[in-house]
Design a protein around this ligand. Sequence first.
Ligand SMILES: Nc1nc2c(ncn2[C@@H]2O[C@H](COP(=O)(O)OP(=O)(O)OP(=O)(O)O)[C@@H](O)[C@H]2O)c(=O)[nH]1
Ligand SMILES: [Mg+2]
Length: 373
Amino acid sequence: MGLFDKLKEAFKKPEDYKAPIDLMKEQEETAIQEPVVEEVEVIEPVEVEVKETEPVVEENTQEKYTKGLEKTRKTFSERMNELFANFRSVDEDFFEEVEEALIGADVGFETSMKITEELRQEVKLQNAKKPAVVQNLIIEKLVDLYEAEGIGENNAINLQENGLTVILFVGVNGVGKTTSIGKLANQYKLEGKKVLLAAADTFRAGAINQLVVWGERAGVEVVRGKEGGDPAAVVFDAVVRAKKEHADVLLVDTAGRLQNKVNLMNELEKIKRIIEREIPDAPHEVLLVLDATTGQNAMVQAKQFKETTDVTGLVLTKLDGTAKGGIVLAIRNELHLPVKLVGLGEKITDLQEFVPEDFVVGLFKELMQDESK
Ligand SMILES: Nc1nc2c(ncn2[C@@H]2O[C@H](COP(=O)(O)OP(=O)(O)OP(=O)(O)O)[C@@H](O)[C@H]2O)c(=O)[nH]1
Ligand SMILES: [Mg+2]
């Protein structure tokens, strides 16, 4: 089953699927209409049951995505509503408006052009006239392209089954490197892994301490040097110690800002070489952290880093605080770097492995239209 079919299923759910509490309400309503008063009383103990089952509900990954992508989803809906508010017919003006709406939703320029072009052909082919049908076609094209561009993409972290996994975090200042490391350390620790952190941002005042605080929160050790010291030396110490202590995972924090960009890139290269020298197939991941709230700016950063560093995947943070979640589509279609982790909030548990299906459902499920209307 393709991704779009899954989305259609998710769309159907709200109608077919009745949460227990809704069922209760229905029973209650039916009962109230009944002329016999005794039957109303029978309902009461059932209400107590509802209260008892409530706290059991645990948030699953899909729910986290749905919550984290709320702002993006709303903006997408608003744009679609605007688009179809004055809808008369599918003419050239309409296609131009679709293109603008998509660009405005941060799915990227190239992607927007591609979708609109495909839509033109499909609308003609199907002779689609109804707004609901056309809207579903737009979503279908978006999902299909997203799915097609993701073929062969590995969204999982390259964890070594035996031995140490080294993950290097890179990215400009303020994007969420240190925070994501703290969250990931916590996850791995809870999975029973032995985790070590390396504080290789020796440049920014307070950066080492920030990582130490995260280390305490997650209950993992941090290898640190002096502020202003050589980051490569810290990384060397950390790798040696991780090997000696048979750690499972070593997460390396790096500086987001140095005197200039060339220095930053040179330093990252040096850190990478040190790791490679100690463990030939490491680092197993070089994760570029991007702040989703910066939209197209994040795309520019990704292109720059990709040119100078062997980035293996992306961490997209702050998706919860932005309406620019559409950027995931732009990243897939234009960068061809797999998103591996997403930040969906500030809590220690708010870093998720990237699940392409949950993402699509979280983004589009309320946008699907009932075509029979
Ligand atoms: N809402 C939200 N905030 C986040 C997320 N990830 C990080 N942040 C916030 O972003 C801010 C910057 O995070 P840091 O981890 O310090 O960023 P950094 O990349 O290490 O920055 P430098 O050390 O300056 O290079 C902090 O206030 C974090 O709480 C997220 O997924 N959601
Ligand atoms: Mg930092």
